[in-house]
Design a protein around this ligand. Structure first.
Ligand code: SF4
Length: 66
């Protein structure tokens, strides 16, 4: 399952990094780095919490459509 960030919506608040720090990381300027493009094994629950916790609905997960 792929993780997608809509960078037009992300405001660098960092709630995602609170729930899943090994996947979402903010730098000093509040720019979000996505450390994994696919949901890592065993972390689906944390990623779902990040999706639900993001106040701007910037995160989505879904099957790869490539
Ligand atoms: S919680 Fe949402 S708005 Fe905040 S850094 Fe993560 S993706 Fe961006």
């Amino acid at each position: 399952m792929r993780i997608r960030i809509d960078r037009t919506k992300c405001e660098g608040i960092g709630i995602c990094g609170f729930f899943a720090p090994t996947v979402f990381e903010l730098d000093d300027r509040g720019t979000l780095a996505l450390l994994a493009e696919d949901v890592p094994g065993g972390l689906i629950s944390e990623i779902e919490q990040a999706v639900e916790g993001c106040p701007t609905q910037a995160i989505s997960i879904g099957d790869d459509e490539r």
